[in-house]
Design a protein around this ligand. Structure first.
Ligand code: HEM
Ligand code: HEM
Length: 227
């Protein structure tokens, strides 16, 4: 049994901020939004922060630490099927980072979240609020985007439910994934099938890169916030 640092600070910060902001987005649109006086304003601001966060995750998936990279965890459909088959066996295969099915699910969630945030930037509630990019699209396009924003919100609910169900299934198989997303460290029962990163060694360099990207991703958020 080995214990490895697999999720760096940026991934963990990304994940738990995402959970809080997506929760706030749904809360402000699917309930009366108390105690907020203008829930739509809070909804939009959560959306601006989410846009910056997602931009960061796409860049971190290209430049970030080993297990954060798409190239590391995006596998062929064949590997996903093979993993699915072995998952139902008595001894499921061990992965340090995202497993092949989890990796595909992560990218689908990121795409759906990104569509949700970007489409929101063109919407209006026809009463109090008009989003910053609304003027760039014609009335029909805005209507289509509003329907898609609503449809994709339902898809997101299904994806999040699937995500949580998968975590429960892994837990039943003895894999404690949630603790790893908190501490960054995963306990592996045997040698992993993916190449484990060497303890995310270049941590200082990686943190400077992350800080640079955070500043870069904050710029559009500041613009949207003040537009
Ligand atoms: C990932 C981020 C987002 C999530 C999860 C989200 C979620 C939702 C949900 C669940 C609804 C209600 C849909 C319905 O029941 O038909 C909604 C509506 C809406 N959202 Fe978002 N949204 C996000 C981002 C944004 C952004 C960035 C903006 C604007 C800047 C925005 C503006 C709106 C507007 C104007 C509505 C319609 C409100 C109305 O018709 O009164 N959303 N959103
Ligand atoms: C709004 C709800 C949620 C969304 C949108 C969401 C989204 C995501 C995304 C995008 C990832 C990939 C992380 C990355 O590589 O960047 C992820 C991974 C993960 N999430 Fe969530 N998540 C949600 C709720 C939760 C909750 C409530 C928990 C814990 C109870 C959780 C636990 C995890 C864990 C453990 C992983 C890593 C999975 C693995 O080891 O492959 N998530 N989630």
């Amino acid at each position: 049994m080995t214990r490895l640092l697999v999720w760096d600070i940026p991934i963990r910060f990304f994940h738990w901020s995402l959970v809080a902001l997506v929760g706030l987005s749904f809360y402000t649109m699917k309930t009366e939004g108390a105690p907020f006086v203008f829930p739509i304003e809070v909804h939009a601001r959560a959306g601006y922060l989410l846009s910056g966060l997602l931009l960061f995750r796409w860049l971190w998936g290209l430049l970030g630490s080993p297990h954060a990279r798409f190239a590391r965890f995006l596998r062929s459909p064949g590997s996903m099927i093979a993993y699915g088959r072995r998952l139902v066996s008595a001894r499921p295969p061990v992965f340090a980072g995202h497993n092949p099915l989890g990796g595909a699910m992560v990218v689908v969630m990121l795409l759906s979240l990104t569509f949700q945030a970007v489409s929101g930037l063109f919407l209006t509630d026809d009463i109090f609020f008009t989003a910053p990019l609304n003027g760039l699209a014609g009335g029909d396009t805005v209507k289509t985007l509003a329907s898609l924003h609503s449809l994709n919100a339902n898809l997101l609910v299904a994806l999040i439910a699937g995500h949580l169900l998968a975590l429960v299934l892994h837990r039943l198989k003895g894999e404690r994934l949630v603790g790893a997303m908190v501490t960054g460290r995963k306990t592996l029962e045997g040698p992993p099938e993916d190449e484990p990163s060497q303890g995310l060694r270049r941590r200082a360099a990686s943190l400077y890169l992350a800080l640079g990207l955070v500043v870069l991703c904050a710029l559009p958020v500041i613009w949207l916030w003040s537009a």
